[in-house]
Design a binder for this molecule. Structure first.
Ligand SMILES: NC(=O)c1ccc[n+]([C@@H]2O[C@H](COP(=O)([O-])OP(=O)(O)OC[C@H]3O[C@@H](n4cnc5c(N)ncnc54)[C@H](O)[C@@H]3O)[C@@H](O)[C@H]2O)c1
Ligand SMILES: [Zn+2]
Length: 362
């Protein structure tokens, strides 16, 4: 087992990464010295596969778990579902010392974390992420929340978990497309922070795609370490944390113009990161050879790296980007790479350059 510490003063917690961790759920929870009552919040897909096991282990250890199951998919991140969870928690009389376990992907983590942050003004929260994206990204850093009709993640809080348990075995049942989407965030950590990780991914991509446990464990641990380092220097996103958005300005716009249907988040930011790499070559001195390596690694991971956009769609993309927070007067602020492993935040890029890198595909 690998352990990554997230040093946040009184909110410090650890992330444990290993195969077989679901079987250790109860002793890990016990170490938090909580009350007996707890709730597992999960979605239908994940609950079907893993909830019985978790409930069983918790009961054997003397806990009194309640299982709250929500629909799978982004629609569960809503205030209506939050209300449903509150009602279940109060019906089963969970109290201040009770705790909530999020068992699932980023959707369940964001939802359950928001419920934990607000029920009785906050109860202890344990993340058990079951997607690659959740293990390397959404379960670390304490952003929790739900969507409004007007947009994603518009209601939320910073609320740190007390513990994160990444059981690598759960990735075996994850659909291949979801697994690859998570890889887009893994590759991102190499680009923004760690050239050695990037090289390792170039070397070991086949073993990762084959879900080799030893490789996955160390790669996931390294990603968590990087996110923990960035977040602990900038817990509430006033500066450095922005580098985690590499490839996301264009990626989010691609998701938005395709109605959040055609591309998974990881696929959209794969295209976005390759575009950001090309912008970096134009405006930040990223060597062409690095752009090619970035493009090749996403492809090796089975991810899309280009998008064909008709003129009208390109206009939509601009509009979507200008709705993003990072835009002022025809210039969009980007995270750009100087080389693989080193990025900086805040460089303005003319909209015309964005057109140029995206038009290279059409
Ligand atoms: N809080 C943050 O910092 C942060 C960061 C990034 C993303 N997010 C959020 O994360 C969400 C996306 O998370 P996601 O990509 O994990 O999606 P998800 O939670 O919807 O999971 C993807 C799909 O995989 C299924 N699934 C999950 N684990 C499984 C397993 N082990 N076996 C079989 N099926 C499994 C789910 O039921 C779902 O259908 C978005 O809402 C996004 O806003 C949050
Ligand atoms: Zn992302």
């Amino acid at each position: 087992m690998r352990t990554v510490n997230v040093p946040l003063g009184p909110r410090t917690y650890s992330i444990n990464i290993s195969a077989g961790l679901l079987d250790q759920l109860a002793p890990h929870c016990r170490s938090l010295e909580p009350g007996q009552k707890c709730a597992i919040i999960s979605d239908r897909n994940v609950a079907r596969k893993y909830a019985r096991k978790c409930v069983g282990h918790l009961k054997e250890a003397g806990f009194e778990p309640v299982l709250i199951t929500v629909a799978a998919g982004e629609t569960a991140k809503s205030l209506k579902v939050v209300q449903y969870c509150y009602d279940q928690l109060s019906r089963h009389r969970l109290e201040r010392r009770s705790f909530i376990i999020a068992l699932g992907g980023g959707v369940v983590g964001d939802l359950a974390g928001f419920v934990a942050a607000t029920y009785l003004r906050g109860v202890a929260f344990v993340q058990v992420p079951t997607t690659l994206l959740a293990q390397v990204d959404s379960s670390v850093g304490g952003k929790v929340g739900v969507n409004l009709k007007a947009g994603k993640n518009l209601v939320g809080a910073f609320y740190q978990p007390r513990l994160v348990l990444c059981d690598i075995d759960t990735l075996r049942t994850l659909p291949a497309r979801e697994f690859r989407a998570g890889l887009a965030e893994v590759i991102k950590y190499g680009i923004i922070y760690d050239a050695a990780l990037f090289e390792r991914l170039e070397r070991d991509m086949d073993r990762i795609l084959a879900k080799d446990a030893a490789v996955l464990e160390s790669v996931i641990a390294r990603c968590c370490e990087i996110k923990a380092e960035v977040v602990s220097q900038d817990e509430t996103e006033s500066g450095l944390r922005a580098i985690l958005n590499f490839g996301h300005t264009i990626g989010h716009a691609i998701e938005a113009i395709s109605g959040y249907r055609k591309y998974l988040h990881g696929e959209a930011i794969s295209i976005g990161q390759v575009a950001a790499a090309r912008l970096s070559a134009m405006h930040a001195g990223l060597p062409k050879s690095h752009v090619d390596r970035i493009d090749a690694l996403f492809r090796k991971g089975g991810l899309p790296t280009e998008i064909k956009l008709a003129r009208q769609k390109l206009a939509h993309l601009h509009r979507a980007m200008t709705l993003d927070k990072k835009v002022t007067e025809g210039e969009v602020r980007f995270v750009l790479a100087e080389r693989i492993g080193k990025v900086h935040w805040g460089q303005s890029v003319p909209v015309a350059s964005i057109d140029r890198v995206l038009r290279q595909n059409s």
